[in-house]
Write a protein that binds this ligand. Structure first.
Ligand code: SF4
Ligand code: SF4
Ligand code: SF4
Length: 347
């Protein structure tokens, strides 16, 4: 028993020494290889002709026509959350639900767009970020940002199902089709497949109140700022469908807006913009800084892996430490042999 313990000690020491050596050598190599100061790259901007949506929660009546139209446009099946399974009742976005209207409720829920004793709606779908984390995280470029329209597009043929995009998105948008043996990622692509037939986003096309409006993001931002400058409770004209398209405008009361266009600056800016009468965090929109995380993560990656310096330096350091420790072990093995032989002699 005591012999066993004695024999185990040198191996444990070697292992500890090896690991310590690796850590130290790796650290030295890392410092040497990444000697230059890491500065985050600039957050990417929306392309000038970026397309997007403006969702105005104060105009939304919660009819969910946009949810149904989105399903139809993307040939997605119904999802059920009720026992009777009579109609499409998804509780959240999924691999088969790319657009959802969620509801905020407080107290007696008497007043629309009021935080206290009120209720409000909020659209959940891809924000088409100017500098998208999903694109940055995808190792095989299955997620890409169209350089002209800025639409964040998904290529199922290139996708390897790693779901890095799912983890990277700050809005929790890309979802995987877990129930399918050939699962894909599901998310809004701004109905890009419909434009060749002269259509645009189905959710905006069908929205009866213009709460979801399609257009160039720059024009949508100007429209959002026009609304914020209107007097709450006054009557104003609101466009429907496509901004700059056929005139479908109508008159409605101006909502009591929070003076904030969500998506103008959040996360480096998004191509889907939002207006609300209720605090954005309360209706489920995350409070994000003006810089995109992709700018930081890519800087770290490129600093560490630039020119493969870091991996090569670490590999070299590990090889050196491993070789040195192998020599030590031989020496120690010799000593043990001698001890063993001596012991044998004693016996
Ligand atoms: S179709 Fe328009 S009004 Fe109806 S839920 Fe969707 S965004 Fe709201
Ligand atoms: S909202 Fe998420 S999925 Fe959509 S572009 Fe931004 S990071 Fe990608
Ligand atoms: S643009 Fe198309 S895919 Fe995106 S939410 Fe609207 S209907 Fe759905």
């Amino acid at each position: 028993m005591a012999d066993n313990a004695r024999e185990a000690r040198p191996a444990g020491n070697s292992r500890r020494r090896f690991l310590k050596g690796c850590a130290a050598a790796g650290g030295v190599a890392a410092v040497a290889a990444t000697g230059q100061r890491a500065e985050a790259r600039e957050t990417l901007q929306r392309p000038p002709e970026a397309l997007g949506l403006l969702y105005d929660a104060t105009l939304c009546v919660g009819c969910k026509a946009c949810v149904a139209a989105c399903k139809q446009a993307n040939e997605n099946p119904a999802e059920f959350s009720t026992v009777d399974k009579l109609w499409d009742t998804p509780l959240d976005t999924s691999g088969y639900t790319f657009n959802l209207i969620k509801m905020y409720r407080n107290g007696t829920m008497q007043t629309k767009d009021a935080e206290e004793n009120g209720y409000a709606f909020m659209k959940t779908s891809c924000m088409h970020c100017a500098d998208p984390s999903c694109v940055s995280a995808c190792p095989v470029s299955a997620m890409t940002k169209n350089p002209q329209t800025g639409v964040v597009e998904y290529n199922a043929d290139a996708c390897i199902g790693c779901r890095y995009c799912v983890a990277a998105c700050p809005f929790g948008i890309p979802k995987y089709q877990y129930d399918s043996p050939t699962g894909k990622i599901g998310k809004c692509e701004l109905c890009r497949h419909r434009t060749k037939d002269g259509h645009y986003s189905a959710c905006a096309e069908v929205c009866p109140t213009g709460a979801t409006l399609y257009g160039r993001t720059e024009d949508l931002l100007a429209e959002a700022k026009r609304r914020l400058a209107l007097k709450p409770g006054s009557v104003a004209t609101f466009p429907r469908g496509k901004l700059g398209g056929a005139d479908q405008s109508y008159e409605a009361y101006v909502g009591n807006y929070k003076q904030h266009v969500y998506g103008e600056t959040e996360y480096g800016g998004t191509q889907v913009l939002k207006l609300s009468g209720v605090d954005f965090e309360k209706v489920g929109m995350p409070n994000l800084p003006p810089e995109a995380a992709a700018a930081h993560s890519e800087t770290i990656q490129h600093t560490l892996y630039g020119g493969m310096l870091m991996p090569l330096a670490v590999l070299g350091a590990l090889t050196f430490v491993a070789k040195r420790n192998v020599h030590h072990d031989d020496d120690e093995g010799g000593a043990d042999d001698k001890t063993g032989a001596a012991r044998k002699g004693e016996e």
